[in-house]
Design a protein around this ligand. Structure first.
Ligand SMILES: Nc1ncnc2c1ncn2[C@@H]1O[C@H](COP(=O)(O)OP(=O)(O)OP(=O)(O)O)[C@@H](O)[C@H]1O
Ligand SMILES: [Mg+2]
Length: 323
């Protein structure tokens, strides 16, 4: 059984101006020990996907369709009570800038211990011991449990947040831009750490970013989102070597690759659509150099082009034949 199977998920926000289809018919899966990257520009629905899985949506957001199967159990249908338990034990999210959420007047160890007591109902003494172990796990000396957040660097604070995420032995860790605020060196260290922990504990890991180059080295598979949909998904090789969607192609050109080979940093002209007025047809067509009449008219289905490699584009063959 898969660790996680998201099938045809739809998560909508109802606001006074209308309905935002933030996640619209999204499907992906994740195995134990596997890492999935979700990439796309701002507003394409990455965080909403994560919050749906963690059952942490704000009240205006609702899962209106689809399934989220965690080891076969549908999280979309849990009772409120079951949700409480799920939140702490199954899925942990580390957000961008989460480190700033640390309480400045509380020792680091006490903050980690608090999470442990909450989730494991262990004694405070045991919790402090476990807090020190968790710090060691994220490569911070255990004796630093007695330090305050201001005595830590940004990267160390983000490690502390990871330690807290581990406190409840999650089956899945989601990093939502977990390293965005950090410099490149520290970013690489944190990603290495997450990779080590994932393998060591056989956890599933979902890494959300707008920088595709980060995912190349970190993730087994990648889903590219645009305007609430997955426009392409496949293995890292599929995405980088057999790129199937014009949007992915643009994203690849946007960033230098991780080995430091500086490519031209082309921005993608135009902007993603207003999510209240998604254009008919393929949502990417107004920005797509390959767009033709059919793209303005009909939404392309995601079709398996190589094994496990799905592309939602009418013009994929034309694009691919160009390389
Ligand atoms: N609480 C909310 N109320 C209404 N609309 C929302 C809410 N949260 C998100 N949205 C909308 O849902 C869409 C998807 O947002 P989401 O935060 O999931 O995008 P994202 O891909 O994580 O973007 P970013 O890269 O900026 O973090 C956007 O159009 C956003 O404006
Ligand atoms: Mg986000």
């Amino acid at each position: 059984m898969k660790l996680l199977e998201v099938k045809n998920l739809r998560t909508y926000f109802t606001i006074s101006q209308g309905t935002v289809k933030a996640v619209d018919d999204v499907s992906f899966d994740l195995d134990h020990g596997e890492a999935l990257g979700i990439v796309g520009e701002s507003g394409c629905g990455k965080t909403t996907s994560a919050l749906s899985i963690a059952k942490l949506l704000p009240k205006e957001g609702k899962i209106v369709g689809g399934e989220i199967l965690l080891e076969g159990k549908d999280l979309a249908k849990l009772s409120d009570e079951e949700i409480q338990k799920h939140r702490w034990n199954d899925v942990s999210i580390c957000f961008q800038g989460a480190m700033n959420a640390l309480n400045p007047v509380m020792k680091i160890g006490e903050q980690i211990a608090e999470a442990i007591v909450l989730h494991h109902k262990s004694s405070e003494k045991d919790a402090m011991k476990k807090a020190a172990e968790l710090l060691e796990l994220v490569e911070i000396p255990g004796e630093r449990i007695n330090n305050y957040p201001h005595e830590f660097s940004g990267g160390m604070k983000q490690r502390v947040m990871i330690a807290m995420a581990l406190a409840c032995d999650p089956k899945i860790i989601i990093g939502d831009e977990p390293t965005t605020a950090l410099d490149v060196m520290v970013q690489a260290q944190i990603l290495n750490l997450l990779e080590r922990l994932r393998t060591e504990f056989d956890m599933g890991f979902i890494l959300i970013t707008h920088d595709l180059s980060i995912l190349a080295e970190t993730c087994d598979k990648i889903a590219v989102m645009y305007a609430g949909r997955i426009v392409e998904k496949g293995s890292s090789e599929d995405i980088f070597q057999r790129t199937g969607h014009p949007y992915t192609k643009k994203l690849i050109k946007c960033f230098p690759d991780i080995k430091g080979n500086k490519r031209m940093m082309e921005g993608i002209p135009g902007a993603p659509p207003n999510m209240l007025e998604i254009p008919p047809g393929c949502p990417f067509h107004p920005r797509c150099e390959y767009a033709e009449e059919v793209c303005r008219r009909s939404m392309p289905d995601a079709i398996e082009r190589d094994r496990g490699h799905f592309v939602a584009c009418h013009r994929w063959e034309v694009m691919r034949s160009e390389r």
